[in-house]
Design a protein around this ligand. Structure first.
Ligand SMILES: Cc1cc2nc3c(=O)[nH]c(=O)nc-3n(C[C@H](O)[C@H](O)[C@H](O)COP(=O)(O)O)c2cc1C
Length: 207
């Protein structure tokens, strides 16, 4: 059994859509057990956004998803994170989740596990690559091994269209007002990423 965890945070649902596609891809791998979990929201944000319809609706759609715990991280052979960009970095909710996992860092509990990141931005140059690359910094401190999204099997990246996807990972452009839907090519790459991480995790965990 190869255990794949997909912890994500999503205010308006774009990263959630990508997370479900990653889950579908990882589930294709024989013997994979896949767990999709949401990184806990801050109480202050929940309160501040309670009148914003787009946020409230997107949260409702995620009601059935369990909240991520540090025990989930220990359970997993592979961890595929979903982080919408905040000023070109991961959201504070995700950073808080990692910062409070210092015990796992100290014990080396996650060392040698496989990881990857998918993301979403408001605008095309808003920080997809920076969000993924800056996320690598804390993830490497935990001893995680990063798996990217190679061109060979992801030819959709070779385009000048305004879609996400790079050698660093899967992404989407939500639009400045969040109204963009996901492009089929982004979802295809998200499925491939899930499958790739599950395959690498299966090999590294010798199962
Ligand atoms: C505080 C804050 C900072 C943001 N910073 C950026 C940014 O640097 N670049 C960008 O393109 N979008 C930025 N955005 C837009 C979000 O990345 C966008 O809403 C998100 O990718 C949509 O994903 P979701 O639907 O999963 O929440 C920011 C949004 C917020 C609330």
């Amino acid at each position: 059994m190869t255990k794949i965890l997909i912890p994500y945070y999503s205010s308006y649902g774009h990263v959630f859509q990508l997370a479900k596609a990653v889950e579908e891809g990882a589930s294709r791998v024989e013997g994979a057990e896949v767990r999709l979990v949401k990184i806990p929201e801050f109480k202050e944000v929940k309160e501040a956004m309670s009148a914003q319809e787009a946020y409230v609706e997107a949260q409702k759609a995620q009601n059935s998803i369990q909240e991520a715990t540090h025990d989930d991280l220990v359970w997993a052979d592979g961890i595929i994170w979903g982080f919408p960009t905040r000023y070109g970095n991961m959201p504070a909710q995700a950073k808080q989740f990692l910062d409070s996992a210092g015990g796992l860092w100290a014990n080396g509990s996650l060392e040698g596990r496989v990881t990857s990141v998918f993301t979403s931005t408001g605008s095309i140059h808003g920080g997809q690559e920076t969000t993924i690359l800056t996320s690598l910094v804390p993830l490497l401190h935990f001893g995680l091994i990063y798996v990217g999204l190679p061109y060979g099997e992801n030819q959709e990246q070779l385009t000048t269209d305004g879609i996400g996807g790079s050698p660093y990972g899967v992404s989407t452009v939500a639009g400045p007002d969040g109204s963009n839907g996901l492009d089929e090519r982004e979802l295809t790459m998200a499925k491939r990423l899930g499958e790739r991480v599950a395959n690498v995790a299966a090999k590294l965990s010798n199962e």
